[in-house]
Write a protein that binds this ligand. Structure first.
Ligand SMILES: Cc1cc2nc3c(=O)[nH]c(=O)nc-3n(C[C@H](O)[C@H](O)[C@H](O)COP(=O)(O)OP(=O)(O)OC[C@H]3O[C@@H](n4cnc5c(N)ncnc54)[C@H](O)[C@@H]3O)c2cc1C
Length: 464
């Protein structure tokens, strides 16, 4: 039987700065083993994310000249199968930090131990692993600023690792070809995703191109520009980071060499810090997807009106800025952060619908959907999260629109019915008449705001 080192790709679909691949490669080379690169689809991903996954796997497979073996199902069953076909010398992978990821990895480790097969795991998807940051009393941070200050602010990290194929082309000598992989089918059945090709080039090279374009044209002015959705001052790196097409260490280290204003560089770093904070929170509070971080919200009197919810999902609420955000999501699989906050607040506070409904919809539609950031984002919006926006600070979408899309450029880009609508209408659909084909607002902003505050009061009175 062929002696192999299995490199198990997961949320790290790249060749550069991939510690498991790097070390696995040199171990195999030194010992005359072959490499068996595998990916196992474990299920549970939303439709948009599956499109990104499909594309990223294809790009990775091309980069290693077609030797990626893909499988679908339970990793222990698949590892069991592989050990009957190969003389597996070692299995290597980069660690994950979600509750499910953990559980699966524990099961695989127990299996390998039982089979006397060596395995090695590495950090690869975060700058600092969540178990490495604790407060002096041994508890974990619940507030972002001290978390970030303690370990990230002004810090430098190990330089990224090069691709092991920098000087060697992938070749049949190194890769095992004994087994044809399963044809995994992760693409959503409905062809809506075809348009996503107009907006994205998933995969490692696409990630680097996206990042370098942003470094050149978007980073200068990021601190303020990141709030204005019509401006190109956000990196759109989130799906690439989600699937590990680029590592946060590569991003951080190129920021160190950037000549953009320090305020912009530092602000961008702090946003990477928020990504780490969400991953950290989910690690230390694995119930984040199922429970309010602030448990007093367990008594909140949510309501669910299906008609209103559907209008929200379809971007037909009659509130232009909200609809533009939801339509951006439909059209591109991405939504600008300012809009995620606006549409989130509208759902939770003006429509009174539980944050988990919004979370589920985002989970299905966002290319960058991930358990940590999506749950942390929604709990932040709902006021129930760690270091969250206080519930009573309710966004007024019209004021947000006026402040962050003052010329209505973003709205007009994504809501074609409003192409010729007056600016007055875009900023105040209650006070002005709009096009007949555009819906009237589905909710009264001030009444629903008052109702939300009233509901919040019942919560505080229960607490006392
Ligand atoms: C309700 C809600 C749900 C969200 N769901 C997700 C999600 O599923 N996946 C996801 O990656 N992000 C999520 N976010 C966070 C944020 O909106 C996106 O990371 C950001 O909009 C991605 O765009 P960008 O790459 O252009 O950001 P940039 O501004 O260019 O930021 C660079 C990187 O920093 C990180 N980042 C930026 N803002 C945040 C933030 N507020 N929280 C955590 N990380 C951040 C991301 O990795 C991002 O790619 C959510 C936010 C909210 C309010």
């Amino acid at each position: 039987m062929t002696k192999v080192v299995i490199v198990w790709f997961r949320d790290d679909l790249r060749l550069q700065d991939h510690p498991a691949l790097y070390h696995g490669f040199f171990h195999a080379q030194k010992n005359g083993y072959q490499i068996l690169p595998i990916y196992i689809y474990e299920g549970g991903m939303g439709e948009a994310a599956r499109w990104w996954l499909h594309q990223s796997l294809a790009v990775l497979n091309d980069a290693i000249e077609g030797y990626l073996h893909t499988y679908q199902g339970d990793p222990v069953t698949i590892m069991t199968d592989l050990t009957t076909r190969f003389d597996v010398q070692k299995v290597v992978w980069n660690r994950r930090y979600t509750p499910q990821g953990h559980q699966i990895d524990d099961q695989v480790m127990a299996f390998l131990k039982n089979q006397n097969i060596t395995y090695e795991t590495y950090p690869g998807t975060v700058l600092i692993e969540p178990d490495r940051i604790l407060k002096s009393d041994g508890s974990y941070y619940r507030v972002f600023t001290p978390f970030y200050k303690s370990s990230y602010l002004g810090k430098d990290f190990e330089p990224p690792l090069p691709s092991p194929f920098l000087n060697t082309k992938p070749s049949t000598k190194l890769f095992s070809t004994d087994l044809s992989s399963q044809n995994i089918d992760v693409l959503p059945s409905h062809p809506w995703h075809q348009k996503l090709h107009n907006y994205w080039i998933p995969g490692e090279q696409g990630a680097h191109e996206q990042w370098h374009t942003f470094l050149k044209h978007g980073l200068n002015g990021y601190k303020d520009g990141r709030n204005v959705p019509a401006l190109p001052h956000v990196s759109k790196l989130s799906p690439y980071l989600r699937f590990g097409n680029i590592s946060p260490r590569i991003v951080w280290s190129s920021l160190q060499n950037s000549d953009a204003p320090l305020a912009d560089v530092n602000h961008f770093k702090s946003e990477l810090g928020w990504r780490e904070f969400s991953i950290y929170l989910l690690y230390h509070y694995p119930d984040l997807p199922n429970m309010n971080f602030n448990r007093s919200f367990d008594h909140f009197p949510w309501s669910f009106n299906e008609e209103l919810y559907i209008a929200w999902t379809k971007g037909k609420t009659g509130v232009p800025i909200v609809d533009a955000g939801m339509r951006e999501l439909w059209e591109t699989g991405y939504m600008h952060n300012r809009l995620r906050m606006i549409v989130g607040s509208f759902l939770v506070k003006n429509l009174g619908i539980h944050w988990m409904h919004g979370r589920d919809f985002f989970d299905d539609c966002l290319l960058d959907a991930d358990a940590a950031n999506n749950n942390a984002g929604w709990q932040w919006i709902a006021g129930s999260g760690a270091d969250a926006a206080p519930y009573f600070r309710i966004f007024n979408p019209l004021l947000q629109s006026d402040k962050f899309d003052p010329h209505g450029m973003y709205i007009k880009k994504f809501v074609p019915e409003l192409q010729n609508a007056s600016l007055n209408f875009l900023m105040d659909p209650y006070g002005y008449i709009g096009p007949a084909i555009y819906p009237r607002p589905i909710v009264d902003l001030s009444k629903s705001r008052a109702a939300a505050l009233q509901a919040y009061k019942t919560l505080s009175s229960k607490e006392n």
